[in-house]
Design a protein around this ligand. Structure first.
Ligand SMILES: Nc1ncnc2c1ncn2[C@@H]1O[C@H](COP(=O)(O)OP(=O)(O)OP(=O)(O)O)[C@@H](O)[C@H]1O
Ligand code: SF4
Ligand SMILES: [Mg+2]
Length: 372
């Protein structure tokens, strides 16, 4: 889909200055700076008037490093899918910048833009609805070749699709079958084969295993990991569940209400999270190691997630944060490496009072709160 908002995409870069250093070493394949996506809220039937906006993505900055898997987690509605759609050009950005291999996507046109689109593909959450039930598997996987015939000329397409079926662990003879003739896990393999068809460099996986049985989830994740090595892919892997992301991610970014609140290498996030929201999410992940008992105490967040149309001032998490102070309502915490943190805890966190949970001694746990 064409991004008609190309000018807007290149125009506003509100958080570029705040993004003081790269989040990881290595060559970035995608550089996202101050990305904004607002959905207008309108009133009136004949004369629609904009009365506000849903701030689905509101100034998000990160790098995707070549060859890595960046996990993106956060509660429902925090803007994960919107972020993916904007990166895919399926939604038009309201502001900010996306650079692919150093080139601002909004400045590209014609064949250069087409090449970028070819190189960033997506695997969707629901293998039941994302595949057209009236199309054969061969047509579904081969459809992208209609737009990019240079990847597989007509005479070679059937063979190319059968090769892809083989690569994702499906029988190439299934090429004429329809989606309903496959299980959920097999359908997701079809979705992955389609994502691979154009030989992309980046695949954005939007909750690719959330709709699958637990037993099948691991198989699909293993397949994605195997394909990453085979095809030199960079992944952005979106999920609700921190435990799923942990298995596959090199780095993890945590989103809350349209913002990236913490990002770092997986061990930095899982063992040394410094943002209260990440600590709350982590506390819900079962920890088999009895030695890590203090991390096991569940932090129960009170209150609902505020509306993205009217987010709280300052820190968006403050209405649910047990550490909130006056400053949190006044000043927005920027995603940066807190200078007082050293060692593995020193990664980017958008909190005025970032600290490791074990050190802070004041984290409210389920036990603390049950008495209130
Ligand atoms: N086309 C749209 N028009 C208006 N609002 C939208 C649109 N798409 C998404 N939103 C809103 O933007 C916010 C972010 O939605 P998004 O789907 O990106 O969240 P998410 O993190 O992917 O959630 P989930 O985990 O449930 O998939 C939500 O408040 C949602 O209602
Ligand atoms: S900035 Fe304040 S409200 Fe926000 S997470 Fe940190 S302590 Fe909590
Ligand atoms: Mg989503």
């Amino acid at each position: 889909m064409v991004n008609d908002g190309a000018t807007a995409l290149g125009a506003a870069q509100p958080e570029e200055a705040a993004f003081a250093h790269p989040v990881s070493s290595g060559e970035p394949i995608l550089e996202v700076r101050g990305l904004v996506k607002h959905f207008p809220l309108t009133q009136g039937v004949l004369f629609k008037k904009q009365v506000g906006a849903v701030k689905a993505v509101d100034g998000v900055s990160f790098d995707l490093i070549k060859g890595e898997t960046l996990g993106i987690v956060g509660e429902s509605g925090c803007g994960k899918s919107t972020l993916a759609k904007v990166l895919m050009n399926l939604e038009q950005a309201t502001g900010g910048s996306v650079r692919y291999k150093g080139e601002e996507i909004s400045r590209l046109g014609g064949s250069a833009l087409k090449a970028v689109r070819r190189n960033i593909q997506m695997v969707f959450q629901d293998p039941y609805t994302s595949l057209n039930p009236r199309m054969t598997v061969g047509d579904i996987i081969g459809e992208p070749y209609e737009i990019h015939p240079e990847v597989a000329p007509k005479g070679e397409r059937r063979k190319a699709v059968q090769d892809l079926l083989d690569v994702v662990g499906l029988n190439p003879e299934y090429i004429n079958r329809y989606p309903h003739q496959f299980s959920g896990g097999q359908r997701q393999r079809i979705g992955i084969a389609r994502g691979l068809a154009l030989k992309p460099e980046i695949i954005i996986c939007d909750e690719p295993v959330s709709a699958l049985d637990v037993s099948v989830q691991a198989q699909v994740i293993n397949l994605l990991e195997q394909l990453q090595g085979e095809f030199d892919l960079s992944y952005m892997f979106i999920a609700h569940d921190l435990s799923i992301v942990r298995h596959i991610s090199d780095r993890v970014g945590v989103m809350y209400l349209g913002k990236m609140v913490e990002i770092g290498a997986d061990l930095e996030i899982y063992d040394h999270a410094t943002h209260p929201y990440t600590q709350a999410l982590l506390s819900a992940v079962p920890v088999p190691d009895p030695g890590a008992r203090e991390h096991r105490d569940r932090i129960v967040l009170t209150g609902d997630v505020p509306s993205p149309a009217n987010p709280p001032s300052g820190c968006r998490f403050r209405t649910r944060c047990w550490k909130a102070q006056e400053k949190c309502a006044i000043e927005e915490p920027l995603l940066a490496r807190p200078h007082w943190l050293t060692g593995p805890a020193a990664h980017d966190s958008a909190c005025h009072f970032a600290s490791e949970r074990a050190d802070d001694g004041g984290a409210a746990t389920e036990g603390d709160r049950s008495g209130s």
